[in-house]
Design a binder for this molecule. Structure first.
Ligand SMILES: *Cc1c(COP(=O)(O)O)cnc(C)c1O
Length: 851
């Protein structure tokens, strides 16, 4: 039975986890794997036999894989032993699912996977949370501390990387056969500390003590070339073959992390590539005494997977970045091409059996790379290769901000990827020719759809390249997709109006509800039944209880417990005492001007001034909580962090506002910290300039957990409003069209400041050193940038934001109404599950069946 399901021979090198497990299982007795996940709910009491079995498994791992005794084991050792024991269960679940070659696989290429910790995911999806807790408790160990010993896998910057992590978990949960491809960075996103309010970056070291989740697959190694030249050779009458001779080569070595889906039904693979030198050390040089020079070449190539670029929504114009992008794209395509050839033989059937999704333009080089592999290495004609490429690739756009649209200079491309540049030129030539044939040859039109931008030196537009090479191109919220059609991709869209589709982002409820908020999950299960764990739409049933005083009390108790836990974290990390009775007002996300943390800080200053002016009014006690990292080179964003910290210091020390306003900047925002903050949030700040946030996913996590949103009509906020209802969200400010119109008005910022005494007073205090007496001019650049340019329309939206915040105050003072709104948010957010997103991609983009 196992044997007939074996994949084609010759395919052994690129075994993914399912394939490898299956192969080992071929010789094993044909027995069904243990069913460790009979009932996966946070309330199930585990059987004592299951607990004993897992306890012994953990002890065995501790002894034989870690080499420790319970007496000498540290928390980190217990974590590794527990992870290894659970990994065995995942392998068992995999055995259950391994077998047939799936008809079609999804390949999700992403330069970033912002995963966080995996232990709670694995336990929860295997239905083993309580079993593991009991097994460890038998050994005198607390599960919470073991979970705390796992470092975050922070292989991403923010929303884009977190989306990829949610998607691979959802694909596994929906049993969509998929492989995620990315880079195994030695150092993920930097660790942020605050020194006197200034951001300091330190390298992050998640791999310092190994990674118990991964399987190294040295047999799945590919050679990646850079530089060199291209030769032409006539192979037969009229057929010329081009061959690339790279000057430099690097090995890409696969490291597989199993991704187990809900109830352990399906396991997928996240395959991360590590760069290794062909020659670890130049022995002759080493023996000649040049110990450093002997490893210099190695250091250069291995730099490719050394660190994650800490750039978020802005171009990282570095050669190393291009090398990273090509490195992981080429390795992934070589891997999937080899798998296809092994399983099916003919590459012309690739579109029937593979769907390759490009998460943003970082892997857009896949277009010419797939063409090169098909034509140069596998002998397809240009026409066949183009057909295969454009029916296999999909491209997800994540931003329309001009500074974030990736382009590479033609000079650099010719130097690093000469063969790809030839292919890009040919694609572009054929594309522009076709425009001519359709009578669209006017110079402006051609310039706008060309792959080469010529405004300031020739540059390749990676978004355009991905657009042409893909069968479907998607935006990530309804508004963003509309803006794609009407702005950046307007002329390309006109050529093929079916190509752009919308796929609104989602979040995995397993992590962002079940794992991070077990109290709310239990409340939901007890109220609407256990089916809610499988079918989030059952959350709607909570709406029937939204006005019920008893239910509200339980919901409030959940929030109260979470706020007390967060208050502890705040005290530990910042020394600031916050009162869980206060409204917790949260803005957590990358620090970026378009996200407008500055608007929130200025409103905080205005509130501080208002409280000082009238201390005896019935102010709603608030704690403003900020979290987020700034790109290390982003000077203005770092200054905004400093401002938030300086405002915090002054406000928190001022007895006039004590008990009414506290300000906290929690350092080192991460997935794990998000999991602690989100269930404790009362108010979710989603205040980007309309038209600039493609979707947002933080907005979804917070609303699902019952925080009310204060936000602009931007990204997915619009769809959140449509779902939760306009009475249960605080919307303010200009919409995207209003923003465009306002930007065309001359001196709009000066006019807005002149019209708002409150805004003017807050800016005065900031600009004159009210929060920086040690350096009164410190924040002049911030105030000046608002007066002179205000690219993000803070001044335009300030008064309406203030109004909306006071509406929040009023709502908080009517608890029965507030908690009704909160419960309705939880009840109506089901649509934002990433399972829904993945079903839509599967159906309309990938054309794969979902069970
Ligand atoms: C969800 C998430 C993000 C994205 O947040 P946005 O508010 O959508 O920008 C960024 N970082 C982490 C750690 C997250 O969990």
């Amino acid at each position: 039975m196992w044997n007939e399901k074996l994949t084609a021979p010759g395919n052994a090198e690129d075994a993914t986890i399912a394939e490898a497990v299956h192969r080992t299982a071929a010789g094993a007795p044909d027995q069904a794997p243990a069913q460790p996940f009979a009932r996966a709910t946070p309330v199930t009491a585990p059987s004592s036999a299951a607990v004993a079995e897992l306890r012994e498994a953990i002890l065995a791992k501790l002894a034989y894989a870690i080499g420790k005794t319970p007496q000498t084991a540290r928390e980190r050792d217990w974590f590794a032993a527990t992870a290894l024991a659970l990994r065995d269960r995942i392998v068992d679940a995999c055995r259950a699912g391994a077998g047939q070659v799936p008809n079609k696989r999804v390949y999700y290429l992403s330069l970033e996977f912002l995963i966080g910790r995996l232990l709670s995911d694995a336990m929860n999806n295997l239905g083993l949370v309580e079993t593991t807790r009991a097994a460890l408790r038998d050994l005198g160990i607390e599960l919470d501390s073991v979970e705390g010993a796992e470092p975050d896998a922070a292989l991403g910057n923010g929303g884009l990387g977190r989306l990829a992590a949610c998607f691979i978990e959802s694909m596994a949960s929906l049993s969509i056969p998929a492989i995620g491809y990315g880079i195994r960075y030695d150092h993920g996103l930097f660790r942020q500390s605050l020194e006197d309010g200034w951001q300091k970056e330190a390298p992050e070291t998640w791999l310092a003590e190994g990674n118990p989740w991964e399987f190294v697959r040295p047999e799945a190694t590919y050679t990646i070339g850079f530089g060199g030249h291209v030769t032409m050779q006539s192979v037969s009458e009229g057929v010329i073959r081009r061959q690339w001779h790279p000057a430099e080569t690097v090995r890409a070595v696969a490291h597989d992390v199993p991704v187990v889906g809900w109830r352990g039904r399906h396991v997928n693979t996240l395959r991360l590539w590590k760069a290794e030198a062909e020659t670890p050390v130049e022995l002759a040089r080493f023996n000649g005494g040049d110990h450093v020079g002997a490893v210099a070449a190695r250091a250069r190539v291995e730099a490719i997977s050394r660190v994650l670029y800490p750039s978020d929504s802005s171009e990282a114009g570095q050669e190393l970045r291009l090398r990273q992008e090509y490195f992981f794209t080429s390795a992934s395509l070589q891997d999937l091409v080899r798998r296809h050839v092994g399983e099916r033989g003919d590459l012309r059937s690739l579109p029937d059996h593979a769907a390759i999704q490009l998460n943003d333009t970082h892997p857009a080089i896949a277009v010419p790379e797939l063409m090169r592999l098909l034509i140069d290495d596998h002998g397809l004609t240009w026409e066949d290769a183009w057909h295969v490429t454009t029916n296999t690739l999909g491209y997800t756009n994540h931003t329309l901000l001009p500074e974030a649209l990736e382009t590479w200079s033609v000079d650099l491309m010719e130097r690093v990827l000469p063969r790809h540049m030839q292919i890009i030129y040919l694609i572009n030539w054929m594309h522009l020719e076709e425009q001519g044939r359709h009578g669209r040859a006017n110079a402006a039109q051609l310039a706008s759809v060309s792959l080469i931008e010529e405004a300031n030196g020739k540059r390749v537009r990676m978004g355009h390249l991905a657009f042409l090479g893909a069968r479907r191109v998607n935006g990530v919220s309804a508004l963003h997709t509309d803006l794609m059609r009407s702005t950046v991709f307007k002329d390309l869209h006109a050529l093929d109006t079916d190509k752009i589709v919308n796929k609104t982002n989602g979040i995995t409820f397993r992590r962002w509800l079940h794992n991070c908020n077990p109290e709310l999950t239990r409340l939901a299960v007890e109220t609407v039944g256990e089916g809610v764990l499988d079918r989030p739409e059952l959350l709607t049933g909570l709406a029937d209880h939204a006005a019920d005083a008893g239910f509200q009390a339980r919901y409030r108790a959940m929030r109260r417990a979470r706020k007390e836990a967060l208050a502890k974290v705040v005290a530990e990390r910042t020394g600031i005492a916050v009162d869980p009775e206060s409204l917790f007002d949260v803005q957590i996300k990358r620090i970026h001007e378009y996200k407008r943390q500055l608007l929130n800080v200025i409103e905080t200053v205005a509130l501080y001034q208002a409280i000082k002016a009238e201390p005896n009014r019935d102010w709603t006690p608030r704690v403003k909580i900020f979290g987020g990292k700034a790109a290390p080179s982003y000077v203005q964003a770092k200054l905004i962090i400093k401002l938030a910290c300086d405002v915090a210091r002054v406000a928190n020390d001022d007895p006039d506002v004590a008990g009414r306003l506290k300000v906290v900047f929690l350092p080192n925002y991460s997935v794990s910290l998000a999991e602690a903050i989100i269930p404790a949030a009362d108010l979710s700040e989603q205040i980007s300039t309309a038209g600039m946030e493609a979707s947002g996913t933080g907005n979804m996590k917070l609303a699902l957990n019952g925080a009310l949103t204060i936000g602009t009509l931007d990204g997915a906020n619009i769809e959140i409003r449509d779902h939760v209802g306009p009475d249960n969200i605080f919307i303010f400010g200009l919409d995207a069209a209003g923003v465009q119109a306002r930007m065309d008005e001359p001196d709009y910022a000066k006019a807005a400041i002149a019209a708002s005494p409150r805004l003017a007073a807050a800016l005065d205090l900031i600009g004159s050193g009210g929060f920086s007496p040690d350096d009164p001019n410190r924040f002049r650049p911030i105030v000046d940038s608002l007066v002179h340019e205000d690219r993000y329309l803070l001044t335009a939206d300030f008064d309406d934001y203030w109004r909306a915040q006071r509406a929040v105050d009023a709502a908080w003072n009517d608890p029965a109404a507030w908690w009704r709104k909160a419960i309705l948010n939880t009840a109506r957010m089901a649509w934002f599950s990433s399972d829904r997103s993945m079903r839509e991609y599967a159906e309309e983009i990938w054309r794969v069946r979902v069970a």
